[in-house]
Write a protein that binds this ligand. Structure first.
Ligand code: MN
Length: 154
């Protein structure tokens, strides 16, 4: 009985202990507004959902990008490379001089620094991916010309 009371008292005390200082940061879904992909950099309808920005100890930024069928990025390069993680749908990726390749949820695509490429949905299905892109001197992409319909359908 004495022990039960002691336990009850310690639980009561624990319940009133102020929360410890926490350093983990949770940015809730809904706190980061969606944006449309600019027509200078994308063809078709593209929605950009920012996930995180670089900080003092991490040089990458993260975003979740959704392409409607037929939509794709322009040709571009990344000064420090990029990881894409496909989260839904069916998409195409292509590097200059390479073949167009189909990607599906769970596929992870690494593009080396300076490699000219594009990514987007297939002609018939939407595709979403997470993009993790390293920053160099505040820049993570160099945009080039649009992917023509002939290039896209090739
Ligand atoms: Mn890219």
């Amino acid at each position: 009985m004495k022990q039960l009371i002691a336990t009850a008292i310690s639980l009561a005390v624990l319940g009133t202990v102020p929360a410890l200082a926490e350093s983990m940061v949770i940015t809730p879904n809904g706190s980061r507004p969606s944006a449309k992909g600019a027509s200078a950099q994308f063809t078709g309808s593209v929605i950009l959902n920012s996930l995180y920005a670089p900080n003092d100890s991490m040089s990458s930024s993260g975003g979740h990008v959704t392409f409607e069928p037929g939509a794709r990025s322009a040709w571009h390069t990344h000064p420090a490379g990029q990881v894409l993680i496909v989260t839904s749908g069916t998409g195409w990726v292509q590097e200059e001089g390479g073949r167009k390749r189909e990607v599906r949820p769970g596929d992870v695509i690494w593009t080396s620094p300076g490699v000219k490429h594009w990514h987007g949905a297939t002609a018939t299905n939407s595709m979403s991916h997470i993009a993790i892109t390293n920053m160099v001197d505040g820049k993570n992409v160099d945009w080039l010309e649009h992917v023509t319909d002939a290039q896209y359908r090739n």
